[in-house]
Design a protein. Structure first.
Length: 90
């Protein structure tokens, strides 16, 4: 897979660039970048000059979108809520 498509295989795991993820979820790249910089999407990798996250984090992207846009939660307050939700789902 080429980086031009916004995808890369890194150590056997598929990564997608924030640009591709933003397009898929119909959100602004700048907003998703802010979410990433707040640490809400975990560790990413650089693909050329772009940030990419593992596809296993897409569920978290969807939860952040739902909690922020649908329930009105501030991004800065989401980390504890996301962690609790993930703990409860185990």
């Amino acid at each position: 897979m080429s980086a031009e498509q916004g995808k890369a295989l890194i150590e056997g795991q598929l990564y997608l660039t924030l640009e591709l993820v933003a397009e898929c979820y119909e959100v602004q790249v700048s907003w998703l970048t802010e979410v990433y910089e707040l640490g809400l999407l975990g560790h990413g990798e650089r693909i050329e000059s772009r940030i990419a996250i593992p596809v296993i984090r897409l569920d978290r992207v969807a939860r952040v979108i739902r909690m922020h846009f649908h329930y009105g939660q501030e991004l800065t307050s989401l980390e504890p809520l996301l962690e609790a939700e993930e703990r409860d789902s185990l």
